[in-house]
Design a protein around this ligand. Structure first.
Ligand code: NIG
Ligand code: FE
Length: 406
């Protein structure tokens, strides 16, 4: 049983309140305790308070101690949208894009997602497990203590299931992105969906918690997405959508109608889409690193928050459109490009991201009863999380009350 006192922290910063998701004015409220301690018992947070109120109770003597050394604690970050189950890379494509080629052109020419499909199929299950484990470790070094990851680079029976198993084996929360692209062995999207829903869904539903679909020209249209999502819902999966990345093709109304947990990307979302999301229970997951990496317009983060939508932030970590594992970088982009406040960014990649993953009762806050997942940052103020662009935060992650890196 882990009993740990983390003492002499300069600050403990955690999103205020107890509910999820946080919206509007509630999103930016942060409780900051100066000169603080965190008490962990059995992998859970037992107490948080000020050092001067800690006293010298006999019970405290039974706890191991970790010297906070004047560092700042924030909740362990929750990455609710990654494509970490991939092999190979897209560095050639990156160089071509730097020379002016567009992501959509490369996709249409059989590169893009399909080139990662070739590499992922070739890796086999053992190779995929090694890759996902390596990606998990990189995410952890960047402060991610809970991650979701999608399949979607297999698009055949064997590799989709191997991807979901590799994610689960690495401690991730698996999402079946069975409708990411149409693989080359099928002539059209409907024929591929016939196969995926008959041959893959029954087994995918035993491993995955959610299903996801890429709604976009050149991928799946709204009619196909509806068919896919309704079949997945019937198998008990929560629903997610990639929507409005390049064009507003109806993903937002579909997500809201089907009660999806989230619709993600939203770079092309109009005012009408913002209003629809704000009036719904569906979370808007923003991926500003993807917009940056592809040189695309940023999603309307400020307008979504101001309208009252539930907003989360994630990396979209993948080899093609967002090759970064770093939620601190995403927080920097949220503040500088989406004009969110540091507290809004923090809540969006902790409490609200945990909500998207159905984990908000135990993840995303430093508060009694929550899992003892937190980051000790070697910085003078917790807002360095967003302020120090690409900087070294000296991240020391704690998971379940144990230091997670050597
Ligand atoms: O979320 N847009 C669709 N899927 C991914 C990109 C995947 C890739 O390019 O490999 C995304 O950006
Ligand atoms: Fe994505």
């Amino acid at each position: 049983m882990t009993r740990l006192l983390i003492r002499d922290l300069r600050q403990v910063a955690t999103p205020s309140g107890t509910g999820a998701p946080l919206r509007g004015g509630d999103l930016g409220r942060v409780d900051v305790i100066e000169d603080a301690y965190v008490l962990v018992d059995g992998g859970e947070i037992a107490d948080v308070g000020r050092m001067r109120e800690l006293g010298a109770s006999a019970v405290i003597g039974e706890f191991g101690e970790l010297d906070g050394r004047g560092r700042c604690a924030v909740p362990g970050l929750v990455d609710c949208h990654t494509h970490a189950a991939f092999a190979g890379d897209r560095v050639e494509e990156f160089a071509l894009r730097a020379g002016g080629a567009s992501y959509e052109e490369l996709h249409a020419a059989g590169g893009g997602i399909l080139s990662t499909v070739r590499a992922t199929r070739a890796a086999g299950e053992a190779g995929l497990r090694v890759a996902v484990e390596r990606h998990r470790e990189s995410m952890l070094r960047a402060g991610t203590t809970t991650f979701e990851a999608k399949s979607g680079y297999g698009l055949d029976h064997e590799t989709e299931l191997a991807s979901l198993r590799a994610i689960a084996a690495a401690g991730g929360i698996p999402t079946w992105l069975g409708a990411h692209a149409v693989p080359p062995e099928f002539d059209d999207a409907d024929a591929y969906l016939d196969f995926a829903l008959t041959e893959v869904l029954p087994e995918a539903a035993k491993v995955a918690e959610a299903a996801d679909v890429f709604v976009e020209r050149g991928a799946f249209d709204v009619k196909q997405a509806r068919r896919y999502l309704e079949a997945c819902k019937a198998e008990g999966l929560a629903l997610r959508l990639h929507g409005d990345q390049f064009t507003e093709a109806g993903a937002v109304p579909l997500a809201v109608e089907l009660g999806a947990r989230s619709v993600d990307h939203l770079e092309a979302t109009s005012d009408a889409g913002i209003r629809t999301l704000a009036a719904s229970q569906t979370t808007a997951v923003l991926l500003p690193a993807s917009a940056l990496f592809l040189g695309r317009p940023m999603p309307p983060g400020r307008a979504l928050v101001d309208a009252g939508a539930a907003v989360a932030l994630a990396t979209d970590f993948n080899p093609g459109s967002a090759f970064t594992e770093s939620l601190p970088l995403v927080c920097s982009l949220a503040c500088t490009q989406l004009t969110l406040a540091p507290g809004e960014a923090l809540a969006a990649c902790t409490v609200n991201a945990a909500h998207v993953l159905g984990r908000s009762a135990r993840r995303g806050r430093i508060a009694p009863g929550f899992d003892a997942d937190l980051l000790l940052l070697d910085v003078p103020d917790w807002r360095y999380l967003a302020y120090h662009l690409g900087g070294d935060l000296g991240i020391d992650p704690i998971i379940g009350g144990r230091r997670a890196l050597p």
